[in-house]
Design a protein around this ligand. Structure first.
Ligand code: GLU
Length: 306
């Protein structure tokens, strides 16, 4: 696939609903970082899960309406299962995968492996003899389930450098590559897609920062150079949780009746003055000057969009 020497940034929302202003802020920042560093800018539809009819088109229209220019091709993950299968098969041939029969509840109940972060896979199915595997496969089949496929990782600490957060370190566990329901896991799809599209700059919200060591590790295994990471603050609601539709008027169409000035908010929330549009943002933005603290969006009163 395309390996333009200019490199590329990207925005990869899940089409589970309309973008809220926090998502739009992240997408605009990704575009600003890409353009200012002379990169292409790509769009990817992460529709392996949680799809709302029409949302992908509305998300794209909202960002293009802000002046974001997308370089083709747009990647649609649901059309790429054969590609993900190929990479998974390569890993399997190299002895780097294994079947996992654990339910989520079993994983939560298992004592966590020493030095591993909470939630890391404890390795229950890593070294099972074939006879035990055959019985476990059969047990799942009677429940209508299939095994998940996990990466057999080196279980070592991986550090990536992030242009905002500095160093992000994590122990890479045996994370899932294909789920028990047959859907390819987020981490595999992201790494394959970024690698094949020549993405060398990943700007996204910092709730995904802890995924970066796993993704960089997998990228190397698959023969890709990991991208530069730029994790920008996730936009929060006044209660301190991630901004969401239940918080009130948060999408551009919800906010239109309030005369909400998106660019004014974008410029101020990024630590610059009010902006009037993309042109000014492109002229003034610089990553080192981006406001690093938490960003809270307070929806205007009077709209019940629950
Ligand atoms: N699809 C993910 C989301 O909407 C973003 C994935 C990524 O940027 O790596 O949260």
């Amino acid at each position: 696939m395309s390996q333009d020497t200019r490199g590329a940034g990207r925005f990869a929302p899940s089409p589970s609903g309309d973008l809220h202003v926090g998502n739009i802020r992240t997408g605009v920042l990704a575009f600003l970082c890409a353009r200012q560093s002379g990169r292409l800018f790509r769009w990817r539809i992460e529709d392996l899960d949680r799809v709302q009819e029409g949302a992908a088109d509305r998300q794209l229209a909202d960002l293009e309406g802000c002046g974001v220019v997308i370089d083709p091709p747009v990647l649609v993950q649901s059309t790429r299962t054969e590609v993900y299968s190929r990479y998974l098969a390569d890993l399997a041939r190299a002895g780097l995968t294994y079947e996992c029969y654990c339910s989520r509840r079993e994983i939560q109940a298992a004592p966590s492996a020493p030095h591993h972060p909470p939630g890391a896979y404890p390795g229950t199915c890593r070294d099972l003899p074939e006879s035990v595997r055959a019985a476990a496969r059969e047990r799942l089949a009677t429940q209508g389930r299939s095994p998940a496929i996990r990466l057999r990782s080196a279980l070592s600490a991986v550090t990536v450098t992030d242009d905002v957060l500095g160093e992000i370190s994590g122990i890479v566990d045996d994370f899932v590559l294909r789920r028990g329901d047959g859907v390819f896991a987020y981490n595999l799809a992201v790494v394959v897609d970024d690698g094949e599209s020549g993405i060398d700059q990943v700007v996204r919200a910092d709730d995904l920062a802890s995924s970066a060591p796993r993704q960089a590790y997998l990228a190397r295994l698959l023969g890709f150079e990991p991208p530069r990471y730029v994790h920008v603050p996730l936009v929060l609601s006044p209660s301190g949780s991630r901004l969401a539709k239940r918080d009130g008027a948060v999408t551009l169409s919800d906010l239109a009746p309030f005369g909400f000035d998106l660019w004014d908010w974008l410029g101020r929330s990024c630590g610059f003055g009010p902006w009037t549009g993309m042109e000014q943002a492109l002229a003034e933005f610089s990553l080192p000057r981006l406001h690093r603290g938490p960003v809270v969006f307070t929806p205007p009163d009077g709209v019940d969009s629950a």
